[in-house]
Structures are given as structure tokens and as C-alpha cells.
Design a protein. Sequence first.
Lengths: 308, 125
Amino acid sequence: MGAQVRVYKRRIKSVTATKKITKAMEMISASRIVKAQRKVAASSPYANELTRAVTAVATGSNTKHPLTTEMERPSRAAVLLITSDRGLAGGYSSNAIKAAEQLTKRLTAEGKEVLPYIVGRKGVAYYNFRGRTVTESWTGFTDDPTYADAKAVAAPLIAAVSQETAEGGVDELHIIFTEFVSMMTQTAIDKRLLPLSIDEAKAHAETTGAAKDQILPLFDFEPSAEDVLDALLPRYVESRIYNALLQSAASKHAATRRAMKSATDNAQDLIKSLTRLANAARQADITQEISEIVGGASALADATAGSD
Amino acid sequence: MAAELHVELVAADRSVWSGAATLVIARTTSGDIGVMPGHQPLLGVLESGPVTIRTSEGGTVIVAVHDGFISFADNKLSLLAEIAELSDEIDVQRAERALERAKAEADAAAALRADVRLRAAAGAH
């Protein structure tokens, strides 16, 4: 075998091995999407009921709560960015980071100081590389988040919002996550979580079909409307963050699946073209050998003819 | 047919129990409350504790609920809890171990959680 052919054969072998890996990763992600989607679905009854309850209290009472009232001059905003821990997911993390950059620019233009809170190693690495301060970060659970993880993320955010701005608290809470629209489409979006706009809560309740009746009944609050709201809003924030984490996880798996599918396809193309090259090289070797034999034979014939 | 109300018991990550009931007893921050069909619309904060549901078939469902809300409107009762476990899902031995450990470590919250689980499990048997 010629040296050239050997080189091609080796490359084909290595690309085939890579293809096997990417194919396996594609299949793993595909099964994880389904699992993540199921988790999103399983968490929605709680989120819907909670939204309904929040809407009921917020519309049914005149209570003012720091988490629902807009500040006159908001000066500081917390931004929670959800990225993934691992790469190999195409533009998944960078799209979320890009959305965060845009939001940060917009908030800064409005004269607000932005405090970044980051979930996922990719986002943390991006901020650290650029030497920016990250207020708080969490890693290690982005593939399969639990409610306890959402609680851990929500706790410092709720604390920051409850604090007075002068004492280092924030006036607004934004969240950036990747919405799982469908298997093929995932978009990075930003949402303002707090202060809670009642219209948005209502719109959410209506889209999810939780509140079809227009008039909400007059509720009897136990122990009081303030206490209920006090207890309800942190849970609401936790549940929204939980939902965002779950959707991001589903989106991440979908992005990985797509990236690995195109990697597998590319490997297939590469194998095809390498096989063609290897065939051509083999053919060239054979042709050369034949011409050498023919050349040698005729030289030999010439030599014997000459000696006669 | 006796009047009944529809109960949805949901935890943060799953729907735990749903069905028709004649009476639901839960512990709010201001004391135990019993809800029967036709109750006034209510929204309350729950404490950790066992919730008793009397189903319309005459059975009793006991659930250990940790931190949640009760909301009742239009004859529909929603129990929201961060964690909710049906009494027959509770691993009694594990809860007992957790209680001992929590007591040893003087972790009041964990002790309360384990205690609620044990009470819910005991109420079912």
C-alpha cells in the first residue's frame, strides 16, 4: 500500500470514531429533551396555580408590597443570566450571553446600575475572562435542575430586592433564559420578573388558561392580605426561576442535539470525500505499478533483443 | 349526593393528588382550618403539617405538606406546596432517622419536617 493511501485510511478511521461519538451524543440529548420537557410540564400546574393566587391577591387587595410597587427612580437592577455548564451546544450559551449584553446596555442607558447573577459555567467564564464582577454565580445543575436549585438561586435575589436601594438592594429583577419554543426553535429572551406587573401576571394566567373567568372572587385572606402576599411573592419568583431553569435545560439539550446532528452529518461528508481521495490514491498506485511493470518488461525485452 | 369540592394538590415539581372531596383540613399560620363545599373564597398561608382530605368515596387521604398555600374559589380547592408527600409514600424509617439526626444537630427546621412526615404517616395507619 502506498504511503498516501495509508494516510487517508488513518484519517477515515479517526473521523469514523468521532462520528460514532457525536452520534451517541445526539441520541443522548434527544432522550434528555423529552425528559426535560416532561419536567416542564410537571411543574406547570404549580406555576399556574401560583400565578392565579398572585393575581388574586394583587388585584383583590390594595396592599402595597415592595415586590409589586414600581420605584419612582429605579437605580439598580439585578440581571439573572442562565447559561449552561458545558459546551458542544452550538450557539446556545452565546445567544443567552448576547441577550444579556443587550439588556445590560439598555439598562445602563436608562441610568441603572446592573448587577449580574449568573447560572452556568459558560456565563461565568465569559464574565471572568472580561474581568467583570459577578455578584453571585451558581454552577453544576444546569443539565437537570431541581426545585431546591431554583430556591438556592432565588434566595439572594429576593433578599436583594427586599433590601433598600441605599443599602445595596436592587429595584428591579430581570431574568434571561432560553425559551423552549419547539424542538427546532429556542430563543433567548429577557423578562422583568420584579416589580411584578399585574398585567403580565394576568396575561400569563390567561395564556396558560388558568384564569378564564374575568371576575376574580372576593377572597378571604388568612391571616391577612399582606402576610399572604409576603409569603406568596418569593414562592412566585422561585417558581418562575424554576420554570426558566427547566426551559433552559430543555433548550440546551435541543441545541446539543442539533449541534451533534450537524457534526455527525459533517463527519459523514468528510468520510465520503476522504474515501474518494483514498480510492484515487489507490488507483494512482496501481497505475504506477502497472506502468513500472510494463516499463520494466519492455526494457528487459529491449535488452534481450539487443544482445541477440 | 352529598356536596363535594374538587381538590388539586400540587407540589413544585409534580401534581400529587386530585379528586373530589367532602372536607379538607389544613393548618394555616393562624390555626387549623376546615374547608367544606360552598366555603367562602379563601387564600391562606399553610404551615408545615399534615393535611387531611376526606374523599367523596368515604376514604381519607393524608398528606405531609411543607410550606405552601391553600386557595379556595368556585368550589375548587388548590393546595400548593413546595414539597408534598402522600402518607403512603413516606418512608417512616428514613423520617425517623432524619428526626434523630436533626435533633442531634439541633436543626429545628429539619426536625419539624421529619416530625410532620411521621405524624402524617402515623395518621394514615
